[in-house]
Design a protein around this ligand. Structure first.
Ligand code: UDX
Length: 432
């Protein structure tokens, strides 16, 4: 099948490359000339394990091409995936759909044969209806179909998530598109992926409701972890004990610095805005947003206590600053609020991240990037393990330093408190 992916961010590039790998002809389109030039040279603008190998392989065998010409690419394709961004609007709550609607307007004049137009971007309920209205202005409804097919991939696990999805959700009001999509996803369905066919609006909502639910699960366990700290109970026992109940499930019950990234913060806000629009108060999700926002403050208070309320001139190390491991993405990472706040209080901060220097801290006073774990912890008073990279999972802290021992605050509960304390380090973690 001939596919066109509009937008080469995480969703568009990963799904485009994976569709090509399944044997389809895929054109990936982006307005950004530099990005397209880079991709043509086999260089991938985002950090995603395994992606660049697949780009090179499929570009060489010509199943994957790159272009900046949207209209031409749409004309030569049967299925068009809209994968542009839906960031949070300046009002700080609802989704900004300007990129989606601009793309729909451009597609409008390039419908030269029956086209299936699919939103893969996360879009609020009724966006598909709006796209249909835009396209209908210039085309008869028999010439196109608008479908919602949300993507559930996680950064850092994107290729595996695309290839082995728990489910594929397709929402359309037209059976012909359903048949085409079921066929397109055939190779994944035959490996066990569940295919869920719904109305278009339901598919749009499934994506938001899923992300909001996962964000709720994380926030819930973080609050229970706060209670555990007060009553000398280990949060991990709670996560295991709860997670074994099949109705609850064990995943996304890891306590930590709160959820971040490009999706959860944006999508939780957008769904409450949709709720308000349709006069439905999504109060649970609203309190999740509030609780997660307070999470950094809570952990900073803990840092203050750990350092006996003397943050000024203390040397603090951050191991990992991205919102999670296996990504270079800094969007809504809790480090973005913690580091400037500690700097304001007079701390001297060094960070080491496996994905290198972060421009986000370039203007924050007394913050520097180290090239190695060892360099980052030298002379440190407090080492904060912020992100759960494998690189941080078996550090021999004892052999790493010669002089005075630093305190360790493990925000991801990577280490066994007993073992670390046995090496003579003061060790704190989350909810235990
Ligand atoms: C998420 C969804 O999982 C994915 O389905 C959707 O398409 C995009 O948003 P992603 O943002 O890549 O994916 O990250 P994810 O692995 O879900 O983690 C999100 C945040 O939650 C991270 O900050 C992570 O550290 C945190 N998290 C996750 C926890 O704190 N505890 C957990 O148990 C799981």
């Amino acid at each position: 099948m001939k596919l066109c992916m509009i937008g080469t961010g995480y969703v568009g590039l990963v799904s485009g490359v994976c569709f090509a790998d399944l044997g389809n002809d895929v054109i990936c389109v982006d307005k950004n000339v530099n990005k397209i030039d880079l991709l043509k040279k086999g260089k991938v603008p985002i950090y995603e394990p395994g992606l660049s190998e697949l780009v090179v392989k499929n570009y060489k065998n010509k199943r994957l091409t790159f272009s900046t010409d949207l209209k031409k690419s749409v004309k030569s394709s049967d299925i068009i995936f809209i994968c542009v961004g839906t960031p949070t609007k300046k009002n700080g709550i609802s989704a900004d759909l300007s990129q989606i609607y601009n793309v729909a307007k451009e597609i409008k004049s390039s419908i030269n044969s029956f086209k299936i137009i699919i939103t893969k971007s996360t879009v609020p309920v009724t966006t598909g209806d709006e796209i249909e209205k835009i396209l209908s202005k210039k085309n008869s409804k028999s010439k196109f179909s608008v479908v919602s097919n949300p993507e559930f991939l996680r950064e850092g696990e994107a290729i595996r998530d695309f290839t082995y999805p728990d489910r594929i959700v397709v929402g359309s009001n037209d059976k012909r598109s359903n048949r085409v999509l079921k066929n397109l996803y055939g190779p994944l369905i035959s490996k066990g992926a569940q295919y869920v066919y719904t109305s278009r609006r339901a598919a749009e909502l499934i994506k938001y409701a899923s992300n909001a639910f996962l964000a709720t699960k994380i926030t819930f366990i973080n609050e229970i972890a706060n209670l555990c700290e007060k009553i000398a109970v280990n949060i991990e026992d709670i996560s295991i004990g709860m997670g074994l109940d099949k109705r609850i499930g064990s995943r996304f019950l890891r306590a930590g610095p709160g959820y971040g990234g490009s999706c959860f913060p944006k999508d939780t806000k957008a769904i409450t805005s949709t709720g308000d629009k349709f006069k439905t108060n999504l109060s649970v999700i609203k309190s999740v947003i509030k609780s997660n926002k307070n999470r950094s403050k809570f952990l900073l208070n803990r840092v203050n206590e750990i350092l006996n309320k003397k943050i000024k001139n203390k040397k603090i190390t951050f191991l990992g600053v991205t919102f999670k491991a296996n990504t270079d993405d800094m969007r809504d990472s809790s480090s973005l609020s913690m580091i400037p706040s500690l700097s304001k209080k007079g701390a001297i901060i060094k960070y080491y991240d496996p994905t290198g220097y972060k421009k986000e801290f370039s203007k924050v006073k007394n913050v520097s990037s180290a090239n190695t774990i060892k360099e980052s912890v030298e002379g440190s008073d407090l080492v904060i393990i912020h992100t759960e990279w494998n690189d941080f999972k078996s550090i021999n802290f004892k052999s790493l330093i010669k002089g005075k021992k630093f305190i360790i605050y493990d925000m991801r509960n990577i280490y066994s408190p007993k073992k670390i304390r046995a090496q003579g380090f003061k060790y704190y973690s989350v909810g235990r």
